[in-house]
Design a protein around this ligand. Structure first.
Ligand code: ADP
Ligand code: MG
Length: 492
């Protein structure tokens, strides 16, 4: 197969609607008392209900409904006062009941919105169609015993929220921004732990392409994407695949596809013709869920600060771009840390502090394989200690480059203060004109050829002089002062 060009040609548009399955944080499953904890060992957490022995009766876990209502409030949707559970039938080895308990006609929530902001763009609202509660299925393991399929029922019966968006997203980047915003909202209210690796949040992406302004195209649904990178890759690949079919005169057939993350391609799994007839009907074992408006509204009152409110505050009081504020607000710990840190730092703007956190400090985290909380607890990088380092840069005591060196020493020795490290390594910035002047005069004197080249119009030599001055001082010279002095000396 020829490898597809990276993006659709002008005049064409990708359309994406997402179905997100978020595991509801709860100690037990949706209809049984078994624990819903993640487990490496298969079939550790399975009750009679989860393996569907005859005669067992499900009973609804009220705390899961409560978390789903909190989520509905956080998404700004309309909570249904009366919702019903239905059986959705299909035959699969990892579904011992022969049906999944879900909600079709009366979901817990309709409507709602998630706002997203891409880099350099203002924010945009993506509408949500519905949120319903359902139970998870088990898992078929094809690689445990040669030639055999094993079934792990740990997940069987675990409570999920399925959150379905309108087809309003137009790129993998938008889809990924939508999922990470949704994830941060659910994490902020504690209704889902957001752990994509362990499968607490999985995404089905419905993708179609169309000529801009035209009717919606036929969609394919890519199942079970469990990372944002895979989501972006799968959408980009699938959009090009469909475009190539259409532009060579073919028709896209509606089907379910799987993403092969090793090859970066999507592959057909089943076509519309083979689609299941789920034979939904209300589960006779479960009464309908009737909620009073006092109860529903009471839950609205206990919502904590949501990521959008935090973003608005970061934009308003710290003057950050919506995109940067969004990155910080994805993680409550990070945005708390940012606010503490920027209140303590002298001489740098909040924007500089945010860039330092999201740039330099996050690469430190990747290198060490820890999160920000880990840097704080295991490496002693409290916000006050980080603030002393940043203030040294902000007040011109050390250069940003020296700051990197100080940071890495601070992480090696969690007791050392930034200023003692600066002292010990002799990293103080040379910003004193009197101190730098003789040094630069010496530089000019021993490079008279470059001086005359500059004076006869080769202005690019200026940069070379700056570079020499910086390396003479091992990066300690204040580049601003060096620039000023060199300009004076060279023009003279
Ligand atoms: P189903 O239950 O069969 O998957 P739904 O009507 O519930 O069907 O739609 C599921 C998802 O597909 C929704 O997120 C919706 O926005 C999206 N969707 C519907 N039509 C299209 C389309 N033409 N292109 C992209 N996404 C679509
Ligand atoms: Mg679907």
């Amino acid at each position: 197969m020829s490898s597809p060009p990276p993006s659709l040609p002008t005049g064409w548009q990708t359309v994406i609607g997402l179905e997100v399955h978020a595991q509801i944080s709860s100690t037990s499953k949706l209809f049984s008392g078994a624990t819903s904890k993640f487990s490496i060992e298969a079939n550790e957490h399975v009750s009679f209900i989860d393996c569907a022995l005859p005669g067992v009766l499900p009973s609804l876990n009220g705390s899961c409904v409560e978390k789903a209502i909190l989520s509905a409030h956080a998404l700004g949707g309309e909570v249904s006062r009366c919702s019903i559970f239905e059986r959705k039938h299909y035959f699969y080895a990892d579904l011992p009941q022969g049906y999944q308990i879900s909600q079709l006609q009366e979901p817990l929530m309709r409507g709602g919105k998630v706002s997203i902001a891409l880099e350099g763009e203002s924010s945009r609202e993506i509408s949500i169609e519905r949120l319903h509660i359902e139970q998870d299925a088990g898992k078929s393991l094809h690689d445990m015993l040669a030639g055999k399929t094993c079934v792990d029922l740990n997940r069987s019966g675990v409570a999920l929220m399925e959150i379905v968006s309108e087809p309003m997203l137009h790129s993998g980047e938008e889809a990924s921004a939508y999922v990470s915003k949704l994830r941060s909202i659910l994490m902020a209210i504690g209704s889902c732990d957001g752990n994509m690796q362990e499968g607490s949040l999985r995404v089905d992406a419905n993708v179609s392409v169309r000529a801009v302004g035209g009717r919606l195209g036929t969609r394919c649904e890519i199942k079970n994407l469990n990372s944002l990178r895979f989501l972006r890759q799968a959408i980009a690949y699938e959009a090009m695949r469909q475009y190539e079919i259409i532009s060579s005169g073919g028709r896209v057939s509606q089907e379910t596809r799987l993403f092969d993350s090793e090859k970066g391609v999507t592959r057909g799994m089943r076509t519309k013709e083979e689609a299941h007839d789920y034979r939904y009907f209300p589960d006779p074992d479960l009464p309908q869920v009737t909620l009073t408006s006092e109860y529903i509204e009471g839950l609205r009152a206990v919502l904590p600060e949501l990521p959008d409110a935090r973003i608005a505050r970061l934009v308003g009081t710290h003057n950050l771009a919506a995109y940067t504020a969004g990155l910080l607000a994805e993680d409550k710990y990070l945005s708390d840390y940012f606010e503490e840190l920027s209140s303590k730092v002298e001489g740098l703007s909040s924007k500089d502090v945010a860039n330092w956190l999201l740039g330099e400090l996050s690469s430190c985290q990747r290198e060490r394989g820890v999160g920000l909380a880990g840097l704080v607890s295991d490496y002693g990088l409290s916000s006050s200690r980080a603030a002393s380092l940043l203030s040294l840069i902000g007040l011109g005591k050390i250069s940003a480059r020296a700051g990197k060196e100080v940071l890495s020493k601070m992480l090696e020795d969690s007791d050392a203060s930034p200023s003692s490290i600066v002292e010990a390594l002799g990293l103080q910035q040379l910003g004193d004109r009197e101190e730098l002047l003789p040094l630069l005069e010496g530089l000019l004197a021993s490079n008279s050829a470059q001086v005359s080249a500059y004076r006869s119009g080769k202005v690019a030599v200026f940069g070379w002089f700056v570079g020499q001055a910086m390396s003479l001082t091992k990066g300690r010279a204040d580049p601003k002062v060096v620039n000023e002095l060199l300009r004076e000396l060279l023009s003279g």
